[in-house]
Design a protein around this ligand. Structure first.
Ligand SMILES: [Mg+2]
Length: 434
């Protein structure tokens, strides 16, 4: 089998209302961008993937990936992975391309990828992660609705000018519903937004102050309390805490850096993303490193349903400490939906993480979604015989390609880049690397 064509389409999904992500204060995000990737083979199979990105990812694939993938056997995934790693030297990270290869492997084998990887479980627990800053009173109402909808865990964003004010959300929710819901907190300090006029940068002292308060309030984890390369700071912070796990990794890249994060003792919970930080198959290696180091892996997802599915397959394949479950019900309270995508299930804006309690806390594993769950109800239908708060991840029927792949009319903007063969044909090839 040979790859004979790669097509990238940049798709723009307008959101159905204003969206002010907590991690980018002052920004009204009008849309979700994705790049739909189709890898065609000479025997008729097509691998589907998606980038949580725009034109930069499509151009990168065109320039730095397609010339090396065309003509190669897509079943030899490991032989093609180095191309994706080297691509990041000069281009945008496009680890998402590995998803297309595994999709082809799954289709050729007639098995879901999670099963090919030795699938451990078919269930995950969902938690509802919020994306905007809201008042304590609003969050109490949000959480009550989440509980009614079946959620058993929620993640809040801490982004107020005074982070001590953010604590009032956790205090209010604890006072209102007690321990009926697990609480996680994401500070989003790993990326550049705090340094670009976005939310407040914490620093070590503030991170420690907040972490100790969250520990006192029995918070499940604190996510990204410091910059992603502050390995020493993360380790020092972790060393000064007793029961509060530190989570992160969505902004770190590459298998080698995840090994570094483990070796330096930065996190209790690693959160690589199959579209952003490593290839989905390589994330299994991260999971193996984490397993022997006694750490958890909670795959991160943001931006589109294909990425959600890729991370779901990983979550279903790596060995958890008990059953996985995923809540099927409810809608995330504070993020708009990509209007057309709502029907197509392509760009759900879903954020997914798996978590496993530490052994001392009793084991379970969760997978959470940040956005509207009707996407996932569509993507991952629940057999009616399951209990109310659980959804079965049916790996038998959901390959990577188990999502709608008809984005044309879903987009307000669609840009198709020339593939390598067609580019040659039309003389539009950007840079011929052969
Ligand atoms: Mg995060």
């Amino acid at each position: 089998m040979k790859i004979d064509r790669i097509t990238c389409r940049v798709v723009d999904f307008p959101l159905d209302r204003e969206f002010h992500p907590a991690w980018a204060r002052g920004r009204n995000q009008p849309n979700l961008l994705m790049v739909l990737i189709e890898v065609d083979t000479d025997d008729g199979l097509t691998g589907i993937g998606a980038a949580h990105a725009g034109l930069e990812a499509a151009v990168t694939i065109e320039r730095f990936v397609a010339p090396y993938f065309i003509g190669q056997d897509p079943m030899h995934v490991e032989s093609l992975v180095p191309v994706l790693r080297d691509t990041e030297i000069l281009g945008a990270p496009v680890y998402c391309m590995e998803t297309t290869l595994w999709d082809i492997v799954g289709k050729a084998a007639g098995l879901p990828v999670a099963r090919l990887w030795g699938g451990y479980s078919d269930r995950v627990i969902a938690y509802c992660a919020t994306a905007e800053v809201r008042s304590p009173a609003q969050r109490v109402e949000d959480v009550k609705r989440m509980l009614d909808e079946g959620y058993r865990a929620v993640k809040f964003r801490f982004h107020l000018p005074d982070p001590l004010e953010d604590l009032k959300v956790v205090e209010a929710v604890r006072a209102a519903v007690g321990d009926r819901i697990e609480i996680m907190v994401d500070a989003n300090q790993a990326g550049v937004e705090p340094g670009h006029g976005g939310h407040r940068a914490w620093g070590f002292a503030m991170a420690l102050t907040i972490a100790r308060e969250l520990q006192r309030m029995r918070v499940r984890w604190l996510e990204e309390p410091l910059p992603r390369h502050d390995y020493d700071g993360l380790r020092r912070l972790r060393d000064r805490l007793d029961t509060l796990p530190i989570a992160g990794g969505e902004d770190n890249h590459g298998l080698h850096e995840f090994k570094l994060l483990i070796d330096r003792g930065c996190y209790d919970i690693l959160q690589p993303d199959a579209l952003l930080s490593e290839g989905v198959g390589q994330m299994r290696k991260v999971a193996a490193l984490a397993e022997v180091a006694g750490l958890e892996v909670a795959p991160h997802t943001w931006g589109n349903g294909i990425g959600l599915l890729a991370n779901l397959h990983l979550a279903a394949a790596i060995p958890p400490r008990s059953a996985e479950r995923m809540d099927r019900r409810g809608a995330r309270p504070d993020a708009p939906r990509a209007a057309r995508d709502r029907r197509r299930g392509l760009c759900s804006g879903a954020r997914t993480s798996g978590l496993r309690d530490r052994a001392r806390r009793g084991a379970h594993r969760a997978l959470h979604s940040e956005h509207a769950y009707d996407h996932r109800r569509r993507l991952i239908p629940a057999p009616p015989e399951l209990e109310d708060d659980a959804t079965r991840f049916d790996a038998d029927t959901h390959h990577f390609h188990g999502v709608a792949r008809v984005p044309e009319r879903a987009a307000t903007l669609q840009l198709e880049l020339p593939t390598v063969p067609r580019a040659r044909q039309h003389g539009r090839f950007l840079v011929d690397l052969h």
